[in-house]
Design a binder for this molecule. Structure first.
Ligand code: BES
Ligand code: ZN
Ligand code: ZN
Length: 494
């Protein structure tokens, strides 16, 4: 896909898109500028079609040499980065029905209010790439959807340098997101801890400023990660503990750890999941997928901080060797955990992966985990719950999530609820003694393993990691790659 940016008319495009505001006057002005001989006829047709610029409304102008399409945005005044992402997605979805090689978009009609052309280029690239995504590698070729064979994209803009800079950034952010989507969509029979580790090794091979340590069971035992080992012990698949390190070229300003939940399949263990509760549990490594997707493009984004990616990957399976309710395990900090329910396994593995992150001397830690069904009860399917002990970190993540168009909501971490996780026989229990506030009590469980002087944020992504219905024009059903873009935006601004 070749990007061509032009200052004036783009005759080369077979089809030309004009995003329009929901505003009669501006529609009028736009049509006037498109020198149609019979203006009245055009206006009549627009009126007859009841095209007013509503979001998703499309109007194809009467035939001339070039197909001209008006695309409603639903916005009345100005377009945000998210609007442009969705416009790009709408265009791709429109093109899925035709075979178009040369496409044009007039971005000069309605620029972002602040004329930030870098962000505009980035948003359009993200929307384009993400909307084109489809996980169909298991389908026979004739059942696969028609692939869009775009060759050239013509953009009408007088700020080519800025547009292209943003465009390139958007392509990288989308690429990382797409790798994460692929990993989440891959069936658990393929996406084992070993396969995850191979993906990490592949990332290292492609990037000279990333190194990796992959630990196996013997090494994990030596480190004393009994909690993680406990979750793993019912499975036949060997566990893999993955530790990636990205180092910037110049001396790092700071160190950050990104910790991903990496349960490659969550059957529930002996507290086996019932009904259709297990059907989608290949997605329980989505946190890990986000970390790996992010690492796959981090060298192109070039944050100035050292970034550690940490994943305790294993399965949660029932068997004769599985962890039993009532068992007690210790994490590598020596804290004992009573297993009240083997299905609350994510927090048990995180007790060790968070401890390991802090042992590296890292004072900024963010974890991503498909941790609780309760967060979906609280926030619905599209929002991640954000829990943090650090106001500054929390504010930054909210800001960059908003910029990335990833939905997030700050949740409380009320210390008076800590007692809900108390155990009679161990330092803490992995299920609380109430069924209310399950996303909060899970986050409070994690906080017990965070040291005083460490800034930490936990993203419960059980909802947005996987889309059961399309979320927007560029996010279809399946793995979403949630968090890759938010965290990359955050890292590159640290
Ligand atoms: N992986 C699940 C959480 C989950 C549920 C993720 C639905 C995505 C979609 C987690 O390990 C789990 O089973 N949590 C239990 C905790 C309970 C036993 C305290 C839950 O949410 O029911
Ligand atoms: Zn579980
Ligand atoms: Zn789980």
């Amino acid at each position: 896909m070749n990007l061509v940016i032009k200052k004036t008319d783009i005759d080369e495009a077979e089809i030309l898109f004009y995003p329009v505001l929901k505003d009669q006057q501006s529609i009028h002005r736009l049509v006037k500028n498109l020198d149609y001989e019979d203006q009245k006829l055009v206006f009549d047709k627009i009126a007859k079609a009841k095209f007013v610029g509503n979001k998703g409304q499309i109007f194809t102008m009467p035939d001339v040499e070039q197909t001209v399409v008006l695309l409603g945005t639903g916005q009345e005044k100005k377009l945000s980065m998210q609007d442009w992402r969705e416009i790009a997605g709408d265009i791709i979805n429109y093109l899925k029905k035709f075979e178009v090689k040369n496409l044009g978009i007039d971005t000069t009609t309605w620029l972002r209010g602040n004329n930030d052309i870098v962000s505009l280029g980035q948003a359009i690239a993200e929307g384009f790439e993400l909307a084109r995504y489809d996980f169909d590698s298991y389908k026979q070729e004739d059942e696969q959807k028609i692939k869009i064979k775009l060759e050239n994209i013509f953009i009408l803009s007088d700020k080519a340098v800025q547009f292209r800079k943003g465009w390139d950034m958007g392509l990288f952010l989308a690429e990382g997101t797409i790798l994460a989507r692929d990993m989440v969509n891959e069936p658990a029979g393929v996406m084992t801890p070993t396969f995850l580790a191979k993906q990490a090794e592949q990332i290292v091979k492609n990037n000279k400023n990333i190194t990796a340590k992959i630990l196996d069971k013997t090494e994990v035992k030596k480190l004393g990660m009994e909690a993680y080992l406990g979750v793993d012990q019912g499975s036949n698949e060997p566990l893999k503990f993955i530790h990636l390190v990205y180092k910037p070229v110049a001396k790092a300003k700071d160190k950050v750890a990104l910790v991903g939940k990496g349960i490659t399949f969550d059957s529930g263990g002996l507290n086996i999941k019932v009904g259709d509760g297990m059907a989608q549990m290949k997605i329980d490594m989505a946190g890990a997928a986000t970390v790996l997707g992010l690492f796959s493009v981090i060298s192109q984004i070039k944050p100035k901080v050292e970034v550690h990616g940490i994943i305790a990957a294993c399965e949660n399976m029932p068997s004769g060797t599985a962890l039993k309710p009532g068992d007690i395990v210790k994490n590598m900090q020596g804290k004992s955990i009573e297993i009240g329910n083997t299905d609350a396994e994510g927090r048990v593995t995180l007790a060790d992966s968070l401890a390991y992150a802090q042992k590296q001397g890292i004072k900024k830690v963010v974890d991503l985990a498909t941790l609780t069904g309760a967060v979906m009860i609280a926030l619905g399917p599209d929002y991640a719950g954000l829990f943090s002990n650090d106001e500054k970190m929390s504010k930054q993540l909210l800001k960059y999530a908003d910029q990335a168009g990833e939905k997030i909501w700050a949740m409380p971490l009320p210390q008076e609820y800590r007692k809900l996780n108390e155990s009679l026989v161990a330092d803490i229990r992995n299920i609380p003694n109430t069924r209310y506030g399950g996303a909060i009590t899970a986050a409070l469980f994690l906080q017990e393993f965070i040291e005083e002087n460490v800034a930490w944020a936990h993203l419960d992504i059980a909802g947005p990691a996987y889309a059961e219905k399309p979320v927007n024009s560029y996010t279809g059903v399946g793995g979403v790659g949630y968090g890759v873009r938010t965290l990359l935006e955050w890292l590159r601004n640290l």
